[in-house]
Write a protein that binds this ligand. Sequence first.
Ligand code: ZN
Length: 237
Amino acid sequence: MATELLFRDDAYLRTASARVVGVHEHGIELDRTIFYPLGGGQAGDVGALVRASGERIPIADTRKGEAIDTVFHVPPPGAQRPDVGETLGLEIDWERRYSLMRLHTALHVMSCVVVAPVTGGNIAPEKARLDFDIDMSLLDAARIECETNLLIARGVVTETVWITDAELDARPELVKTMSVQPPRGSGRVRLLRIPGIDLQPCGGTHVANTAEIGGIRVLRIRSEGRRNRRVEIALSA
Ligand SMILES: [Zn+2]
């Protein structure tokens, strides 16, 4: 059963309530959720499900199910399981998620400073990276850091835009990421627009204004194979 993805419309929801619709070996399914499931390079959320008794069921990870828009909330081994039909309070680890949102949005900005095909990426709470198909000599850490921070400091309001699969097919230049094609099958594709900076398909969670990122540091740049140059960043504060 498809889960209503509340984070898609409001990435800032820290709490919500939901009903249990399935309890499986690999996770708990809810009718709606604020937990982002691992995908598009962004780590799955952690947090807790709170029963009416106040008992807390920790959630160690969040994963997508096989069917479109299904989400599994994964408790650690040995944790209590709720009952189907039960109403639970949802709480995400907000500090961790907000770091992911800031780093994720920073990668969008950086992908416009380093102009090359993106071959991979990853967003963890402490650091994030993009891999580019580019010559090593074209990557200068100080320049990337400085130009990315200048764009971030513009304080641009980010926007979510939906287009149809057909519209995306007509604009292949929107897809920068060779390794991660935008999710299809629902007939429409979600884009993140940072006006004047970036526009690309993305299902992840982003900050509302680039100023919330603060700034970034380039931790390192290294070669990860013939066509992969990895640029790793962290938040500067
Ligand atoms: Zn994104």
